[in-house]
Design a binder for this molecule. Structure first.
Ligand SMILES: Cc1cc2nc3c(=O)[nH]c(=O)nc-3n(C[C@H](O)[C@H](O)[C@H](O)COP(=O)(O)OP(=O)(O)OC[C@H]3O[C@@H](n4cnc5c(N)ncnc54)[C@H](O)[C@@H]3O)c2cc1C
Ligand code: FES
Length: 249
């Protein structure tokens, strides 16, 4: 884990203004798929806390992020321009466990972020990618992903692209050695209820520090037959299906 000052090199905005893709250059240490960065939205202390973002990709000295505007911090980040400096702490968290064989990647909304990075390390995967509408599907930004996937299943809640309905209504009925799941809590909870095989889930909790100090990211898990409180930023954000206690959130 290292604090690094990066520079925004590229920014792409999308219709509606709620999503931006950022390419940030800096002397970043290497990361693994599923790990995340804490990014300071502003050089001042307002807002005071950094915000957590999954790593979309890391290549050379560039890091890529896909950010959805939901509040003040993400709004400030969406307004960054090439040349602006940003302070990042990276890499944080545990990341996914790579499994042999055919796997399923299931991403809802910005939950696609860590799965894009994971896909770059996989040989054989099916991608299940869901969003509210076609404007929130960013597959065209990653043409290699469609080419390399065994199958891509798009779902939108309004039916404007791919299959209509929630992602969890379209889980492929095949055997996978593992499913990697990331997205809103209700989606992951329903996925865990329906999916019988081995799976890992990347949890998005509220985070304060991102490196184990504040306990702002506490989640309840089941380990060794006992319930425990753990910090999602340290012991997660990726957890095995059998560990997560789905009633929270
Ligand atoms: C490990 C991890 C990876 C993430 N990766 C991404 C990513 O790749 N792209 C992306 O756009 N977002 C990602 N997020 C969510 C992102 O961190 C929050 O959206 C952001 O911190 C909100 O900051 P804000 O100042 O804009 O909103 P705030 O003003 O702080 O909050 C606005 C609203 O968003 C809710 N919110 C804030 N933080 C979170 C959170 N962590 N999870 C769920 N709801 C939250 C608040 O409860 C409030 O309702 C990730 C979160 C985690 C923990
Ligand atoms: S965010 Fe502070 S302990 Fe996890």
């Amino acid at each position: 884990m290292k604090q690094v000052e990066g520079e925004v090199k590229e920014k792409k905005s999308f219709p509606g203004g709620n999503f931006v893709l950022l390419r940030i250059e800096g002397d970043f240490p290497p990361s693994e798929p599923g790990q995340f960065a804490m990014i300071s939205p502003s050089p001042s202390f307002d807002p005071f806390l950094r915000r957590p973002f999954g790593i979309l990709h890391q290549e050379g000295n560039s890091l890529f992020f896909l950010i959805k505007v939901v509040g003040r911090g993400t709004r400030l980040l969406s307004e960054k321009k090439p040349g602006d400096k940003l302070s990042l702490i990276i890499p944080l968290g545990n990341g996914f466990t790579l499994k042999e064989g055919k796997v399923l990647l299931a991403g809802g909304g910005t939950g696609i972020v860590p799965l894009v990075y994971l896909a770059s390390r996989l040989e054989d995967f099916t991608l299940l990618y869901g969003a509210k509408t076609r404007d929130e599907i960013f597959l065209n930004e990653f043409p290699w992903l469609r080419k390399r996937a065994r199958e891509v299943i798009i779902t939108t809640e309004d039916g404007s692209a791919g299959r209509k309905g929630l992602l969890t209504r379209h889980i492929p009925q095949e055997d996978f050695s593992c499913a990697y799941v990331s997205g809103p809590w209700p989606m992951m909870m329903e996925f865990a209820r329906l999916y019988r095989g081995e799976a890992e889930f990347s949890l998005e909790t509220i985070m304060g520090c991102g490196f184990g100090v504040c306990y702002g990211c506490a989640v309840r898990v089941r380990r060794g037959g006992q319930e425990k409180i753990v910090r999602a930023c340290l012991e997660g954000p990726v957890f095995k299906k059998e560990e997560v206690i789905w009633t929270q959130g």
